[in-house]
Design a protein. Structure first.
Length: 276
């Protein structure tokens, strides 16, 4: 199947988007997790293509093949991803795939930002599905995990301010991440609201149904966090067993994505057809 790479300019960043045309198959867009390069999702893309989808996957700005690496002069936050990056990404894809994606699969922060974009009415006719993604409100955790999360959020915010970026690879969370992104992330943990939520009214406004899949044993996105993310758009939640026997389910599912895509495919089959 023909593969193409497109380039998106997003602030200081050059962001590659890789697409595969699978005949006339509908387009599925994958938005990765923080610090995870696009090439790690090869098995997921192959599974989507096996089911007849054309596919697109983007790097997150400053991750993988996207340059430069975040620094004081190459920076962005949650609002930038939701209100600028995702709309620019969808507009670019519409040039090659009229109508844009039929499905957006967001992993972790990819799921958070795609959910927020859906709430803002920015995802077109795409169905949004999040995997191992949740709201980071500290109240979704209990006991020592809650206090550990609050402490790490404070460290991440202070470190990002001092260095102008967050050294995630050294601290075991993400990769080299943007300063404002991590400060927004930390603020959301304390406040219980993502930065983009502050611009929303009280009424849920997702254009289409959404699905939010939690994985049992995922310490980063437990079921209560998935439920709070889903509540932003009035979405449906479902918990699944881990799909891979080793490692943290938050990341290891990408080594065996077939059970998750089977659930997504079944859910999509139950949804009413989208209107143009």
């Amino acid at each position: 199947m023909p593969q193409e790479t497109h380039n998106l300019t997003f602030g200081a960043f050059q962001v590659p988007i890789t697409t595969v045309h699978n005949g006339e198959g509908p387009l599925a867009l994958v938005i990765p997790a923080m610090g995870v390069p696009a090439d790690r999702y090869r098995l997921l893309l192959e599974e989507l293509q096996r089911l007849g989808y054309s596919t697109a996957i983007t790097e997150l700005p400053g991750t993988g093949e996207s340059l430069p690496r975040p620094n004081r002069h190459a920076d962005y936050g949650y609002n930038d991803l939701v209100f600028s990056f995702i709309p620019q990404l969808l507009a670019l894809l519409e040039k090659s795939f009229p109508g844009g994606p039929a499905l957006i699969l967001g992993h972790s922060i990819g799921g958070q930002t795609s959910t927020l974009a859906a709430r803002a009415g920015l995802t077109g006719n795409a169905r949004v599905v999040t995997i191992a993604s949740g709201h980071v409100d500290h109240r979704s955790w209990h006991g020592l995990r809650r206090y550990a999360l609050l402490a790490f959020a404070a460290i991440a915010s202070i470190t990002s301010s001092l260095l102008g970026y967050f050294p995630g690879a050294r601290m075991g969370f993400g990769w080299r991440e943007a300063r404002r992104l991590m400060k927004d992330w930390a603020s959301s943990i304390f406040s219980g609201r993502f930065a983009p939520e502050k611009s929303f009214g009280d009424r849920q406004q997702a254009k289409h149904p959404t699905l939010h899949i939690a994985l049992a044993g995922d310490p980063f996105a437990p079921m209560p966090a998935a439920r709070k993310l889903a509540a932003i758009v009035g979405g449906e939640t479902q918990e699944m067993s881990a799909t891979y026997p080793k490692g943290n389910p938050h990341l290891s599912w990408i080594k065996n994505p077939r059970p998750i895509i089977a659930v997504v495919d079944s859910w999509l089959a139950r949804q009413p057809a989208t209107s143009p």
